[in-house]
Write a protein that binds this ligand. Structure first.
Ligand code: PLP
Length: 408
């Protein structure tokens, strides 16, 4: 049984070209990039090239690219650092209800520090309405943070439109663009952002490396204080190998974007069509939203997403996810599906299939058949399904199932 990996929104394998580019920086070019001797200068050269390379794809200056330990740090940095720098002007922050926990939990932390946070909702497709963001802005709003692509559903948020609205009011604007990396254009002027978070391990780069784009002249304090690294914005000896890995992965992602997208969208659409044909009572979440090519989030009514995930892994060697990697195992229903208006019971039947470069059309039938088989097995054990089939389900529950069904 050849394992099939369908969890690319959780993480991706490091591309061999990325690994190759990184290796010298763990061996002969191991110097501390802040040292003034030849070893330090060699490492600094690699770091400067990596930064310039990333900047060229973002359409910004190299000084505006701050390397971090990942997107969690970048998200924390923006929320805590921008708040600290501008709290004299106001203490209101706007985020969306479907943000990653790196934003949601940091916003909660800010609330404990006295900030007022508005969480803008989404429609039933999982998309934020730019006008709802406009309506949430107040005279004391100091920061808006809305993700570019949702990690659970793949729904693309209208960032350029929101950017314009937020800029008109002179408010700082951040986007967590982690799931857009390698999938959508990320030129910062086109998006109208002041800050943007990216992560290496979602784009076939190394784990533990990310980027925070910081527009020149914006107001933000450092999260980590110490030495003068990263233009005084992020202290700590530079992870040069990681930076080089990030830059190489980012460049490859841009080079391959069009081809990856066309191929992966075909596989995703074929899989979606097969599932619709083989399995009754399903719902493709964000299916009508603008969506990135690789993500397929499906509610399989009357089964537990976690149970389905485990059975696919154990019996078929297929790796999918229930909800996001950060919430799976928590048994909490997905906050993203809840924000779309999906009940807790239905939300628990959701799984996320996220494709990547390693997947092929030849796998579609195997995946669809495995899912159909395991869904049928789990439904055979489900008292809910039994009640539904025998017309014994409470009206209110039946309506919920039928509202969120592909048939309608
Ligand atoms: N933001 C989003 C949208 C993500 O999907 C993730 C990773 O799951 C993160 C932030 C956190 O990124 P990292 O793993 O680099 O800390």
């Amino acid at each position: 049984m050849n394992p099939i990996y369908l969890d690319h929104n959780a993480t991706t394998p490091v591309d061999p070209l990325v690994l190759e580019a990184m290796l010298p920086y763990w061996k002969e070019t191991f110097g501390n990039a802040s040292s003034l001797h030849l070893f330090g200068l060699a490492a600094k050269k690699g770091m400067d090239e990596a930064r310039a390379n990333v900047a060229s794809h973002l359409g910004c200056e190299p000084r505006e690219v701050i390397f971090t330990s990942g997107a969690t740090e970048a998200d924390n940095h923006v929320l805590l650092g921008a708040y600290e720098a501008t709290k004299k002007k106001g203490n209101h922050i706007v985020i969306s209800a479907i943000e990653h926990p790196a934003i949601l939990n940091t916003a909660e932390r800010l609330e404990k520090l006295g900030a007022s946070v508005t969480r803008v909702g989404v429609d039933r497709r999982g998309v934020v309405d730019a006008e709802a963001v406009r309506a949430a802005l107040r005279d004391d709003t100091i920061l808006v943070s809305i993700m570019y692509v949702n990690n659970e559903t793949g729904a693309i948020q209208p960032i350029p439109e929101i950017g314009k609205i937020v800029k008109e009011r002179g408010i700082q604007f951040h986007t967590d663009a982690v799931q857009a990396g390698g999938k959508l254009g990320l030129r910062v002027d086109e998006l109208g952002v002041d800050f943007m978070s990216l992560s290496g391990h979602k784009i076939y780069g190394p784990k533990g490396v990310g980027v925070l784009y910081v527009r020149r002249g914006s107001f933000i304090r450092p999260l980590l204080t110490g030495g003068h690294h990263e233009f005084n914005r992020r202290a700590g000896t530079e992870n040069v190998a990681g930076f080089v890995g990030f830059a190489t992965a980012f460049a490859l992602a841009h080079e391959r974007r069009a081809a990856d997208e066309a191929r992966i969208a075909q596989i995703r659409d074929a899989l979606q069509a097969r599932l619709r044909a083989l399995v009754p009572h399903i719902y493709v979440t964000a299916g009508e939203a603008p969506r990135v090519a690789n993500t397929l989030n499906v509610l399989f009514h009357f089964v537990e997403g976690e149970g389905l995930l485990m059975r696919l892994s154990l019996n078929h060697g297929i790796a999918i996810s229930s909800g996001s990697a950060c919430t799976s195992g928590s048994l909490e229903p997905s906050h993203v599906l809840a924000a779309m208006g999906i009940s807790k019971q239905l939300g628990n039947s959701g799984v996320r299939i996220s494709l990547g470069r390693g997947n092929s059309m030849a796998e579609v039938e195997t995946i669809a058949q495995a899912l159909a088989k395991e869904v049928a097995t789990l439904r055979a054990m489900s008292p809910l399904y039994d009640a539904y089939e025998r017309g014994k389900m409470k009206d209110e529950d039946r309506v919920a199932y039928e509202t969120w069904s592909t048939a309608q």
